[in-house]
Design a protein around this ligand. Sequence first.
Ligand code: DGY
Length: 442
Amino acid sequence: MAGIIFFKTQNLKKLADFYQGYLGLALWLDQGGCHIYEAGNLKLGFCQREKTETQGVITFYYPDRATIDALYQKYREIATSEPRLNPDYNIYHFWAKDPDGRALEFQYFMPPVEAAKNPLELLNPQSTKPLLLLTMLLPEAAMQELKQNFRVLANTQDRLLRREELLAGVKNAEALLCLLGDRVDSEVMDAAPKLKVISNYAVGYNNIDLDAAKARGIAVCNTPGVLSESTADLTWALIMNTARRILPAERFTREGHFVGWKPLLFLGKDVYRAKLGIIGMGRIGQAVARRASGFGMKVIYTANSEKTLDFPAQRVELAEFLKEADIISLHLPLTDQTRYLLDTAELDMMKSGAILINTARGPIVNEAELIKRLQDGRIYAAGFDVYEYEPHIPQELMELENVVLLPHIGSASIETRTEMGLLAAANAIAIIKGEKAPARVV
Ligand code: DGY
């Protein structure tokens, strides 16, 4: 079987320039009033008519993500979105429009064989304990704890659950132990009539609809405290790497370009005596700031009220803060109030040549605007552990030399991830037993 999808247009000539000229599709047949183009197995026909019809979407799909990124660069002027991952459907795609305004989609999707495999497995089917859905396997000590207290239905694959898998998995669960990449909204809660607790394996909980949970009497818990020091350590790794250009210098050495000491080789910026600015002087912000004394740094911070701190630091208004800080580090949760806290105006107020570090949440910063300022060097460098459209990282960011890009590993030490697992397990166990959970949000 083969087929052609036909569309009506008033602009046959314009579409010829676009589909044949711009997109480079082969003209399969020219029937005068109708042109038929070939794109792989797909045949697209356009017929000159009195009315243009633009309903539907023409989706072109490709075998990998890199091709989608490359096509986005090529077709930027017709693109109506950036490339992004939609984990609900396992696709990575961007949208565009043809000259009639018809929607085009350039898409990579996971091969059907891989997608069809059921990732959910009952780890202890003989257990008669309450059912817990675990959306990804945790360090061993936490797994033991969960298996002793729950009948555990777990995602045994090394990827996030797709939307329909999460909805199916949670159906009979009394407890859900989930990750920051799992969107837990009213749809998930409605699919789980027995659910009593959502235990997030993270301190941040912007992935969970708290109002929906409250309305249904479902407890929401998180993992504060246990990850503060590890996240602070990683923040410092980003500070040192961006300021002293460690990664480009390491690559240079590894590639055999080091032929001797030179006065101007890989000059960076001093961390010693620089002014460190913390936005979000909570547990993690304080752990980062505390480490600054060894570098002889002055610490400033912004906050609604003065904090009682065990180290010297000065609270200043945001405008002054942005003007003064040499290194800014973000340590606040993502909420409606903090989304785009650093937008165009705030980025422009930053001291010229400053460094920005984000180990909190991507959407706190307007990423596209930050990229522009990194490209022209107004902002000297940036260290990213998180991204606006995580896990998607824009190609322009990938191409910059003055950034360090990490895959959200702030808390990723063996000890901390184990403690997070034990705390998340303790939260779920306590709620199911009707006891006070160690870290309950609502
Ligand atoms: C969190 O806990 O919110 C971090 O982003 C992951 O450890």
